[in-house]
Design a protein around this ligand. Structure first.
Ligand code: SAM
Ligand code: F3S
Length: 442
């Protein structure tokens, strides 16, 4: 009988892409996707360790799977991702019923380990960080969006941000060669994907075979049939003139960039070891906007970092207001074992962290509401990438703004001209201004 898999993914796009690879590997072995855990023979939990809450979600899931396993002992439970890499055997001690734990570089071993675990009385553990993290073939990746394909260009991170666990879980930077990346991009475009999103923890630090990130963008941009090109996540330190110029020169790139700032206070940024001051961050923004005045920027902000004073928090509010971000992802500082900040006293009380988070989010929300209202009546072209429900689809503008419109599934992957009818803080509602979808090809 056909075996079925169920994957639960926590965390960032890199994790989503890893789960897409796992799905591909399992399909190659003849597995099919299950619609729920109850229908599955195998589950894989892809974990995130960035904040404590994210990390703890694993154990909630494992408790649930354990109860199912009591009824169906043949269910195989496997765990991967950053918590797996970090905690390894501890997971097995804390959560009986887990059959396989694999590290961030060992995805390609999963099918074999699952197979072996059927005859093994002991759980199996593979955490070899020297294994090839890119061993999964492009043809095997099962993309979760039907229009936008993720392509990983690098793994790991060479930065040492004091709060961040990623360098410990994913190891130092490893870059794929431009040849491998271009092969994968051509492959997904041939499969019909209109958009490619290049992924890496610090994607704009990319360097391989004498090629830097801006040059990689130029080469990927040339792939015929590709209509939109995006990338994430960028680090301000590696934003340079060539990257800024790419935003002007490469039409498929659109006008959107995610550029985490973390804080607007000089002391906090220095303590975080981010490698830039608030003034330098603003200079990078100015450089980018000199080449692309309409660039929409989003960012990440941490509030309540150890020692963060009220004034330092206000510095952050000021910087956020100054840049005028399209959107922000904001987090309360969460101490992570093994990071350098973990040695400092987590001295901003939880309640104060929550208060600062709400203050920041309220300010940004008001800004987004007002700015977005000003966009009502504008005409845009969206690339439809999601079916919201019967007769309803959505897509992104060149600036990565989300617009919902009435339309059928056949619009998926097509560029459609829309007029913005109404605006919320995070999305727009639009209507099509032409009967036929505008189909542009590169
Ligand atoms: N380069 C990475 C990326 O691709 O986004 C950044 C790592 S992390 C997955 C994403 C965001 O989580 C960071 O930019 C930071 O704002 C936040 N973060 C990381 N560690 C954190 C911590 N210990 N507490 C709170 N937020 C954290
Ligand atoms: Fe983490 Fe800083 Fe790298 S936030 S992923 S150590 S750039």
């Amino acid at each position: 009988m056909t075996q079925r898999y169920f994957i639960e993914t926590f965390g960032c796009q890199m994790n989503v892409n890893d789960s897409e690879k796992v799905a591909g590997l399992l399909r190659r072995e003849g597995y099919e996707e299950a619609t729920s855990v109850d229908q599955a023979d195998v589950v894989f939990v892809n974990t995130c360790a960035v904040r404590e809450k994210a990390s703890e979600k694993l154990y909630h899931s494992l408790g649930r799977f354990r109860r199912i396993k009591k009824q169906r002992p043949e269910l195989r439970v496997s765990v991967g991702g950053c918590v797996a890499q970090l905690q390894g055997k501890e997971i097995l001690d804390r959560a009986p019923g887990v059959d396989v734990v694999i590290g961030t570089h060992n995805l390609s071993s999963l099918p074999e380990l699952l197979e072996r675990s059927r005859d093994s009385s002991e759980p199996l553990l593979e955490l070899d960080r020297k294994a090839d993290a890119f061993a999964v073939e492009a043809v095997d990746v099962v993309h979760s969006n039907r229009v936008r394909a993720f392509v990983t260009v690098m793994e790991g991170c060479n930065h040492v941000c004091s709060f961040c666990v990623v360098p410990r879980t994913r190891g130092p930077e490893v870059n794929r060669t431009p040849g491998e990346i271009l092969r994968e991009v051509r492959h997904v475009v041939e499969q019909g994907f209109a958009e490619v999103m290049l992924l890496g923890q610090t994607v704009n630090a990319y360097a391989s075979d004498g090629i830097d990130f801006a040059e990689l963008l130029h080469r990927v941009h040339e792939v015929s049939g590709l209509r939109r090109l995006r990338f994430t996540t960028s680090h301000p330190e590696h934003v340079n003139k060539d990257l800024a110029r790419a935003f002007r020169e490469l039409p498929k790139l659109g006008g959107y960039l995610h550029l985490p700032v973390q804080s607007g206070a000089p002391r906090v940024l220095a303590d975080m070891r981010r490698g830039y001051t608030p003034a330098e961050y603003l200079e990078k923004v100015a450089l980018l906007r000199a080449h692309r005045p309409d660039l929409a920027l989003s960012t990440d902000v941490i509030v309540g970092y150890p020692g963060e004073t009220e004034e330092e928090f206000e510095d952050t509010l000021r910087l956020v207001g100054q840049v005028g971000f399209e959107s922000i992802f904001s987090f309360m500082y969460s101490p992570r074992p093994g990071t350098t900040a973990f040695r400092q006293v987590d001295d901003v009380p939880e309640e104060e962290k929550r208060h600062r988070l709400h203050t920041l989010q309220r300010m940004q929300q008001r800004f987004q509401e007002e700015r977005n209202r000003g966009r009502v009546g504008e005409q845009e072209t969206i690339l439809v990438d999601t079916i919201d429900g019967p007769g309803r689809v959505s897509g992104r503008t060149m600036h990565f703004r989300l617009v919902h419109v009435d339309g059928e599934a056949e619009l998926l992957g097509r560029e459609v001209a829309v007029r913005i009818d109404s605006a919320g803080p995070n999305a727009f509602r639009g209507s099509r201004v032409e009967d036929s979808a505008l189909e542009t090809s590169a």
